[in-house]
Design a protein around this ligand. Structure first.
Ligand SMILES: CC(C)(COP(=O)(O)OP(=O)(O)OC[C@H]1O[C@@H](n2cnc3c(N)ncnc32)[C@H](O)[C@@H]1OP(=O)(O)O)[C@@H](O)C(=O)NCCC(=O)NCCS
Length: 173
């Protein structure tokens, strides 16, 4: 098993199709984006090539490969408005291993460490992230990597008939 992480600099239609598939995956939607209701959970989104190119204006995106297969992506933004602690020079990170066969094999663990290195290379020293409280796999991974809880935003997202909190975590890198 060989994993590689490659910065996305020239998005293609193939990349946009993969993002579009992951962003509309019923099992991933509740884990990766906040929703206010069940109908929002079910709402389709369209990720076109133009949208992906636009996303590069304020995100650095890294593609995750398992052997030659594109299985996911991770990204960071600098100092977005929604930070829980507004410390200048903070990277807000996100990760999605979109293909199910890529999960639970230690790839997320390696991928986040790679992302931390890229954040450091940008001269940034703080990372903040959000994880929905029912997403135990992701929460466990972040704890294992040394992320510490700094707060919870109650009633943040809808899943299985109720609202759940967003757990905010930080790490100095
Ligand atoms: C969350 C995610 C990034 C974790 O990456 P991963 O490659 O699956 O996780 P790893 O294999 O590196 O596992 C790291 C730790 O988390 C646990 N874990 C992760 N996924 C798990 C799973 N599906 N089942 C059980 N444990 C899991 C592992 O047990 C491991 O801890 P351990 O070594 O103490 O057992 C990935 O599963 C994913 O993209 N999931 C869907 C989208 C998502 O939840 N994104 C994060 C939003 S905050």
């Amino acid at each position: 098993m060989r994993t590689s992480f490659i910065e996305l600099t020239e998005p293609t239609q193939e990349h946009a199709d993969a993002f579009n598939r992951w962003e509309n995956d019923r099992t991933l939607i509740p884990l990766t984006r906040p929703n206010q209701s069940q109908s929002e959970v079910e709402e389709p989104v369209t990720m076109t090539l133009d949208h992906l190119i636009e996303r590069l204006n304020n995100h650095r995106i890294y593609l995750i490969y398992l052997d030659d297969q594109l299985i996911g992506e991770m990204n960071f933004m600098v100092d977005p408005g929604h930070l829980y602690k507004k410390v200048p020079g903070t990277a807000w990170v996100g990760i999605t291993i979109g293909e199910p066969e890529g999960r639970g094999k230690g790839i997320g663990f390696k991928a986040i460490q790679f992302l931390e290195e890229q954040v450091r290379k940008q001269g940034l020293r703080r990372i903040e992230l959000g994880v929905f409280e029912f997403n135990q796999n992701a929460h466990h991974l972040y704890q294992k990597l040394g992320y510490k809880e700094i707060g919870r935003i109650a009633d943040f997202t809808f899943w299985q008939n109720k609202m759940w909190a967003d757990i905010r975590m930080e790490k100095y890198v």
